[in-house]
Write a protein that binds this ligand. Structure first.
Ligand code: ZN
Length: 314
């Protein structure tokens, strides 16, 4: 354990990448038999933390086999190319639809700058390097990665994005979900209750594919969802049902507010909905705190829902 990482059974370490605020975005380190791999990297700002975690675990850079990214959005993979340069034996593995964006991040960077604005982009996401083409490879659905005694399965999981994949670790019962199984911050936890809501970020969100992916993932009956935003959440069918319902309610709100000029009414409607979704007995969580924590997600989700809606109407 370090100031920004926490250990879990089966050699899993959750690392807070420091993206935006503590407790907001994670990367994971999996260690098996003296070797290791990363799942997610966070943006380039996170690379020192990832390397410090390796040093803390007594692992040499050569012990790293792979970097698996769930998708190429920069809060998940922005630092992948830079990290790869520090890990001489590692391969970077990405969904085939994300491969070209890691090799040439120009379009990815322009897209993120359009969403965040240039200044915010710099402070949040920093520089994005092109990845070493010799060591960056695409994955296949159902491909086995990991180790003979510790298989990990890649699952291609469209919905949040067409270039999204999850990683299934039957040894721990852990499913590394990226953004395919929603977002859930620990500050909202109340006893067993969790606030979990969909990530409908621009520009490839698709409601039907998201439902289908949720069904496919839930059928694995995982014990744990290792979310990128943020940390491990015990899997339950109830959470899954709620996420299906919220996907439809998000879409209904998009229908209700989508025709309006700007995204603000939809952003506000999403905030109201999520405030109602917060575990009921959460005493100190004022509307202001809730608004503060969910501001970025409500704004991005509203933008993504509007893009989805425009795509449907063309
Ligand atoms: Zn994300």
């Amino acid at each position: 354990m370090t100031a920004f990482s926490q250990d879990f059974p089966h050699g899993i370490t959750c690392i807070d990448t420091g993206y935006w605020r503590p407790g907001f975005a994670a990367a994971y380190l999996l260690i098996e038999g003296g070797e290791a791999l990363f799942i997610e990297t966070g943006p380039s700002h996170a690379v020192p933390r990832l390397r410090a975690t390796l040093a803390h675990k007594g692992l040499s850079p050569e012990a790293l086999r792979a970097i698996l990214v769930t998708h190429v959005h920069l809060d998940h993979a922005g630092g992948a190319a830079e990290l790869l340069n520090h890990l001489p034996e590692a391969q970077l593995r990405v969904h085939p639809r994300g491969l070209r964006h890691l090799l040439d991040p120009t379009q990815l960077q322009a897209g993120a700058e359009a969403v965040y604005g240039p200044e915010r982009f710099q402070s949040l996401l920093g520089t994005v390097q092109p990845a070493d083409s010799q060591r960056t490879k695409s994955t296949e659905d159902q491909e086995m990665v990991g180790w003979p005694g510790r298989p990990l399965t890649i699952l291609h999981t469209p919905g949040h994005a067409l270039h999204h994949q999850c990683i299934w670790d039957p040894t721990s019962g852990g499913l590394f979900t990226g953004d395919a199984f929603g977002i859930s911050y620990r500050i909202f936890d109340q006893g067993e209750e969790r606030l979990l809501f969909p990530a409908t970020t621009p520009v490839q969100f698709d409601r039907e594919a998201s439902h289908h992916t949720l069904d496919r993932l839930a059928a694995l009956s995982p014990k744990w969802l290792f979310l990128t935003h943020f940390g491990p959440v015990p899997f339950t069918n109830r959470l899954t049902d709620r996420l299906h319902t919220l996907l439809d309610r998000f879409a209904d709100l998009a229908d209700l507010h989508g025709a309006q000029k700007g995204p603000e009414p939809l952003t506000e409607a999403l905030h109201q909905l999520l405030y109602q979704e917060c575990p009921p007995a959460l005493p100190p969580l004022s509307d202001a705190l809730c608004r503060d924590w969910l501001a970025m997600d409500c704004a991005l989700n509203a933008q993504g829902l509007r893009v989805w809606q425009q795509r449907r109407s063309c």
